[in-house]
Design a protein around this ligand. Structure first.
Ligand code: CUA
Length: 338
């Protein structure tokens, strides 16, 4: 068992090398760029202030009286009235006020830049935070064009995206650092976040509000596709899952329906319609499983189904006891969910 676990971990380190980095210092969208510029200015100002204070401190030590008689003031000195403000103190206060004003103005300008994203033809997506995964629903004026997915959000590069953020349980926070700032998901109210990914790419995101035991394993992926590729992806996601064609796949669907799977998950086109866990209609099209925890390979998927707690302690998904024949059939079926 232990050997299997280490083998899996080894495979994971290789597979996870393909997982995109999450880096707030590499902006790939207008929102992230505005925040990055503000961050750089703040860092510059704080570094200068820190250096100046340190220099003044060292200068004061250097200039301090060294003789023993001068270190202990007598009572007569303490009784004297407060001395007037020294010139360096006045200069220090004035400089602080000016620097703080600069930062306030920069903050205001950044807020304006963040708000100033043209939202014409924006893609609208509803994201719901759950302990510990992300429900994703693509909205549309035509209900037939809406669809559900989970943990992996595709967007067209160069186009604005409006996210409607909700939570099903506790407070989470949605943050893909290369694309936009953090936004909290608060139960009972809807928050709006908009962003634009300027270049095609794969960006990692992470829940940024401590929400319980597996907060660290509540990640997601934003895939910015070239627009035509995005349209093709969305068209495929809108279609229900293909009906199983081989006997093995049919047995797999039967296993899915009679085991605990169907009590929590939905697969469009089948009778499974529960919404307690991630929608699995196009599971095989996603690069990761368990909310960015594991690469979506048959080995990991099987290991996850048998014992999720091994990878994500406290996850709401229970272990699913299946015989190897049942698991085999289930895997054959899940692989068709492209
Ligand atoms: Cu959800 Cu932290």
């Amino acid at each position: 068992m232990r050997a299997l676990a280490s083998l899996l971990l080894l495979a994971a380190s290789g597979a996870l090398a393909a997982v995109p980095a999450q880096n707030a210092l590499e902006p790939h969208g207008v929102q992230a760029l505005a925040i990055h510029d503000l961050w750089r200015l703040t860092l510059l100002v704080c570094t200068l202030v820190f250096a100046a204070v340190l220099a003044a401190f060292l200068y004061a030590i250097w200039r301090a009286p060294r003789s023993k008689e001068q270190t202990a003031p007598d009572i007569a000195v303490l009784d004297q009235p407060e001395p007037k403000l020294h010139r360096p103190v006045v200069i220090g206060m004035a400089v602080s006020v000016v620097l703080l004003l600069v930062l306030i103005v920069a903050d205001f300008v950044t807020e304006r830049r963040l708000a100033h994203l043209p939202l014409k033809d924006a893609v609208r997506i509803e994201v719901t935070g759950h302990l510990w995964w992300w429900g994703v629903r693509y909205l549309d004026d035509e209900p037939a064009r809406m669809f559900n997915t989970a943990n992996e959000i595709h967007v067209p590069a160069g186009k604005p995206v409006i996210l409607k953020l909700n939570s099903a349980d506790v407070i989470h926070s949605f943050w893909a650092p290369s694309l936009h700032g953090k936004k909290d998901l608060i139960p009972g109210r809807t928050a709006l976040l908009h962003f634009r990914a300027d270049k095609p790419g794969v960006y990692r995101g992470q829940c940024a509000e401590f929400c319980g035991f597996e907060h660290a394993l509540m990640a997601f992926t934003v895939v910015a596709d070239p627009p035509e590729q995005y349209e093709a992806w969305a068209a495929r996601q809108r279609t229900p899952a293909p009906a199983p064609s081989t006997d093995l796949q049919k047995q797999g669907l039967a296993v899915f329906m009679r085991s605990t799977c169907a009590m929590c998950h939905a697969i469009a086109g089948t009778e499974a319609g529960a919404r307690l866990g991630p929608d699995l209609t196009h599971l095989a099209s996603r690069s990761m499983i368990a909310s960015g925890t594991l690469p979506n390979t048959p080995q990991y998927l099987a290991a996850w189904i048998l014992d999720p707690q091994r990878f994500k302690k406290g996850a709401n998904m229970p272990a699913t006891p299946l015989s190897s024949t049942e698991l085999n059939a289930l895997m054959a079926y899940l692989e068709t969910l492209k």
